[in-house]
Design a protein around this ligand. Structure first.
Ligand code: ADP
Ligand code: MG
Length: 252
């Protein structure tokens, strides 16, 4: 455990009188997939929002690869190499799939659109090539010239994953990436996430589907009422009595 790359130290976050996160500590090893599971309202999305700078914790710090993320703006955190797939897909419905995937590779600087500074690609043609490869990886290449708004909900989620991949993130945060997908689409997404894993990307995945968790996760943390109540390998967590009580014994 010497290459811990992401540290969440003593994170606390309240919304008015509601304590969404209490004393959350979490460390993630580089190149691994860490799943966060827990009932609805446990604070899982809030935790990801704290990591990407959409929410500022009341107390606590987030560091990635030795860099402080707490207090930074979302675009600054993105530049450090942190990307997130949201719980509700955020795509551009009137643009084509190809345009959607190419777009994040550009940003406006000095009054003109340019390739992102951290991006290795040097020309628009190379970005287009890579976007096509990514669309093939996520299983959407055949539809690449269609409008993104025409996609099913599951396909929109995979498109959004493609929009993250073109940023070459070092840390990818996925908020229920298979929600609303058929079993077939879920399995395709698992295969895709396994392929990404072989490239060494670190991932945090929030997931309700235990089949997905057990297929992908190296470690699991269980969040309930804003607190981490258990953690370990998927097998250890599955056998933990507190987890069975708080989570697995419930609606799942
Ligand atoms: P999960 O993703 O585990 O379902 P959330 O992190 O979305 O849980 O929510 C945790 C708790 O915080 C819930 O009670 C939710 O209603 C509340 N909450 C989340 N975001 C906000 C917000 N922006 N304002 C007020 N309350 C919020
Ligand atoms: Mg959520």
């Amino acid at each position: 455990m010497d290459n811990l790359v992401l540290h969440l130290d003593n994170i606390n976050k309240s919304f008015g009188g509601l304590k969404a996160l209490t004393d959350v500590n979490l460390q993630v090893e580089e190149g691994t997939t860490h799943a966060i599971i827990g009932p609805n309202g446990a604070g899982k999305s809030t935790l990801l929002n704290v990591c990407v700078g959409r929410l500022k914790p009341d107390v606590g710090h987030v560091t990635f690869d030795g860099q402080e993320l707490t207090g930074k703006q979302p675009h600054e955190i993105a530049q450090i190499g942190v990307a997130r797939v949201f719980q509700t897909p955020e795509i551009f419905p009137e643009m084509t799939l190809l345009e959607n995937v190419m777009l994040p590779a550009f940003s406006k600087r000095d009054g003109a659109f340019r390739m992102n500074a951290h991006h290795q690609l040097s020309s628009q043609a190379e970005i287009r090539d890579e976007a096509e490869h990514i669309l093939e990886d996520v299983g959407l290449k055949e539809q690449m010239l269609n409008e993104a708004g025409s996609l099913s909900r599951g396909d929109k989620r995979r498109l959004e994953l493609g929009m993250c991949l073109i940023l070459h993130p070092r840390l990818l945060l996925l908020d229920e990436p298979t929600a609303g997908m058929s079993r077939h689409d879920t399995n395709r997404t698992i295969d895709l996430l396994k392929k990404i894993k072989s490239r060494g990307m670190t991932k945090i995945i929030i997931e309700h589907d235990m089949h997905v968790v057990f297929s992908l996760a190296d470690k699991v943390s269980v969040l309930a009422r804003g607190q981490i109540i258990a953690g370990g390998s998927p097998e250890e967590v599955r056998e933990d009595e507190r987890v069975k009580e708080a989570y697995l014994g419930g609606a799942h």
